[in-house]
Design a protein around this ligand. Structure first.
Ligand code: FE2
Ligand code: FE2
Length: 474
């Protein structure tokens, strides 16, 4: 018997009326579930988890809470409501009607954009799959699982577009999205940050703060797309992304709170003493921040890119908040400053704006992510501790574009390879930092209990108490 997918897959795309699409998804869904069972959260298949599920796009429907087993999660397909007579508002087609179908000449590029975005979604689930074994609390465990099922839904969102608009190629790409594996050498995920490990909860919080925020900026740029189904899909994905970044920001904030509390109790800033007390010292937090920030800003791609120019001019991908900008939205005669190294110094170089759109998005991202670092510093300041976290210079520890491989200190000085080698362990998490953080990770899942290295949250999820049974282990 075939499953009734129109009921099983909540959707607002009239799935039951599109037989071809329904058949395609009927074939893909069991493979997705196999992938989830193999690569989803380790050992969690039988847990009842207090999750929010989107069953429609309106305010009452997009956040329904209840205990569910994750393999039974109703991964749905949602597009934001269509905007009447939506027009293309940037690039060469400015003023034309938005596209409801894929124009033949842009098919390959659009497919590539959708596949690249889609690939990050299952990748992060794979990166995070062992974290449940060392959760610092039930509350955090639930948040991890919430992020995981929603990344799964984001994969559905992209696979829907591939199946609906790209025919056989799209179906093949949908399968390939389930076959690549984060960190695997022979068939890795497409983007490097999604092949890194997320080995501990500090990394998880940094990842959800920094790397899910890359997701936000990519989705915001795609939400401007002339291809209307992509714009509407990514708009809805953004509502979920906000929670992922909240998990990251509040997670790091709670680690900071707890560390500051212990520092004040012991009246010390001695790293050895702080570590002996079982909390994460602030310099180690700074190194984790440096790592995740630098790896994530690489995701925006090369600072000069003819692809970026093409994607913009052809209307496939806009800028962050394209609609709020007051320029001509074609950018043909504009320029932008990117960095390069000349005579051993970082200098600015003026390049055509269209070619620098990766850099434009990266700079918008940096502004947004630095704001949260400021909020973390407020916690430290309130505790009366003279220490400030700082985002590193954007040329620090880069692997893409003109700055790839250039040795730059966190404060932006070009240095020699020898200087780099002498300082790398002060700037990036060392093997011993990672071993120390790993040593703190232990399962703490009694309701209302929290691991020693992290403060409880101020509030529970969906107005539930902090000691609510967010996960029933059965
Ligand atoms: Fe996502
Ligand atoms: Fe996310």
């Amino acid at each position: 018997m075939s499953i009734n997918y129109s009921e099983k897959i909540p959707n607002n795309v009239n799935l039951s009326e599109d037989r071809t699409l329904q058949r395609a998804l009927e074939q893909w869904q069991p493979n997705y579930l196999n992938w989830w069972n193999d690569m989803g959260p380790d050992g969690s298949q039988n847990f009842d988890v207090y999750l929010r599920t989107a069953v429609s796009v309106d305010p009452q429907g997009w956040a329904q809470f209840g205990h569910v087993k994750m393999p039974d999660y109703r991964w749905g397909i949602f597009l934001n409501p269509a905007e009447q007579d939506r027009k293309i508002h940037f690039g060469d087609h400015l003023g034309d009607d938005a596209w409801q179908e894929v124009p033949g000449e842009y098919r390959a590029n659009l497919r590539r954009i959708i596949v690249t975005q889609g690939d990050t979604e299952p990748a992060s689930v794979e990166q995070q799959r062992h974290l449940g074994l060392t959760a610092p609390s039930q509350y955090d465990l639930r948040n991890l699982f919430q992020v995981n099922v929603e990344e799964g839904r984001h994969l559905w969102a992209m696979v829907y577009l591939l199946h609906k608009y790209f025919g056989r190629d799209g179906r093949e790409e949908g399968e390939a999205l389930l076959e690549r594996r984060s960190g695997q050498t022979d068939n890795p995920r497409i983007l490097q940050a999604f092949n890194e490990q997320t080995p501990d909860w500090l990394s998880f919080f940094m990842f959800t703060y920094f790397t899910d925020r890359d997701g936000k900026f990519q989705l915001c740029a795609l939400a401007e797309s002339a291809f209307d189904p992509l714009a509407r899909t990514t708009k809805f994905m953004l509502t979920e992304e906000a929670h992922h970044m909240f998990v990251g920001e509040s997670g790091v904030g709670r680690v900071i709170s707890r560390t500051c509390q212990v520092m004040n109790e012991l009246k010390t800033d001695d790293v050895a003493k702080i570590r002996d007390a079982g909390v994460i010292d602030l310099p180690t937090l700074q190194r984790y921040l440096n790592f995740h920030f630098s790896v994530t800003i690489d995701l925006f791609g090369a600072d000069e890119s003819s692809n970026a120019a093409t994607f913009y001019s052809t209307g496939l991908k806009g800028r962050f908040e394209e609609g709020k900008r007051t320029d001509d939205h074609r950018l043909k005669s504009d320029s932008y400053k990117v960095l390069e190294v000349r005579n051993g110094q970082l200098v600015e170089k003026e390049v055509p704006m269209l070619n620098a759109l990766n850099e434009v998005l990266r700079d918008d991202y940096i502004k947004d992510s630095i704001a949260g670092v400021g909020r973390w510093n407020k916690i430290i300041e309130k505790a009366g501790i003279p220490f400030q976290l700082k985002a590193p210079h954007k040329a620090f520890h880069r692997n893409i574009g003109a700055l790839a491989g250039v040795k730059v200190s966190p404060d932006g000085k070009v240095i020699s390879a020898a200087e780099w080698a002498a300082h790398a362990d002060q700037w990036l998490p060392s093997a011993s930092d990672r071993a120390f953080v790993a040593s703190l990770m232990g399962r703490c899942v009694e309701p209302g209990k929290f691991a020693n290295w992290i403060a409880p949250p101020v509030m529970g999820i969906n107005r539930q108490p902090v000691n609510f049974d967010y996960v029933r282990f059965n």
